[in-house]
Write a protein that binds this ligand. Sequence first.
Ligand code: HAM
Length: 427
Amino acid sequence: MSKQTFARLPGFRDFLPDQLAFREHIFGAWRAVSARYGFQEYDGPPLEPLDLYVEKSGEEIVGQLYHFQDKGDRDVTLRPEMTPSLARILGAHHRSMAKPIRWFSVPQLFRYERQQRGRLREHYQWNVDVIGEEGIGADVEVVAVALDGLRELGLGHDDVLARVSDRRLLTAVLLAIGVEEEKLPGAFSIIDKVERAPADHSLSRLQAEAGLDEASAASTLDLLSQGGLDGVKGRFGDRDEVATELEHIDEYFDSLEALGLGAFVEFDLRIVRGLDYYTGIVFEIFDRERKFRAVSGGGRYDRLLELVGGDPVPAVGFGMGDVVLGELLRDRELAPAHAPQIDYFIVIIGEEHRALALTIAHSQRDRGAAVQYPLREQSVRKQFVAAGNAGARKVIVLGPDEVARGHAVVRDMASGEEREAPLDELR
Ligand code: HAM
């Protein structure tokens, strides 16, 4: 029989120890910052009912679902994002909980995407959400957490930028331009893609799908290409509906300034977000040079809990993926070097002392030290090589003369310094 070989599925990753250490470095920063802001960790199942996503997340994600029928004929799918699961979980539990609820999670998510840089078919995503608070303070809090997560990993405002918009403001602006209410979703989707599409393509779509005449379509594109708040204020600031939304946005930016994060955020009307459920402020965080795709995205989604069958509860949050973030950290040389480390490696010179080595190893492990010893008889030279490979800080040498005197030699591997230690202290 010929030998079968198995390749990893495209878009999935193995995590060898150095890669896992890097992942843990990222997760560690995420968890530390979540804790600093007083968020509690939760999780849910990786498999969910298919209907949880259909018509709630939006076409793009639904087209990428890993879905199938289970043996009980249920339509199920691997979770492509965490937010609908969070809404489902809280729909069942939020009534008994004090608001606002501050939760975070680091789920592995699955999307059958076309493979490209920064996009895989599985990724880990830090999700941080505030549920039950409609005030803008919650919007400020979540973007601050996201930015601090990046700062914790060594990224500064020269490296990353949160681009922020508001779907309510965009709605007010589009209505003022003359887009009809029922054409708003179409207009949103054109604007969501405006940066990646050629200008004439967006121009004709704004006419065909958003119902604008050529001049309005052109001036909309013009407004979007500048993207800034001044353009919106200058052209539409005197309209009540727009002015109300502008006040919100001003308060948002003032708060981030007060938190010391002002240099990390910029208003940009082109940020719409691909997911359907957002209702207010939305943001995406990119590297400043725009070499990579978005590191993070999020916003307010005040109607999702209701959509999945619960009470109307306001909510806001974000997701930050480990894939783009990992690329960005490596690019900035912020990925820590991986070096395994243990406290002691026990070198056994005579096999008659193996039992003694085992006793010392176990006793030291019980005290919390990381310890290794050769698993079979080996030359002293090989044992020192093994100690080096294991990253041993110290080597305990069980030499026959020293052991006969009730001692062992302890060598500090960095300085080469040696001292004798009584065996009774070691075991
Ligand atoms: P999202 O924009 O779809 O939002 O994903 C958030 C981040 O996850 C992206 O910016 C990206 O870094 C990463 N990501 C997404 N898909 C992939 C992929 N296929 N491969 C690698 N990384 C990926 C959401 O999922 C929302 N549910 C976030 C949220 C939480 N909104 C409110 N709360």
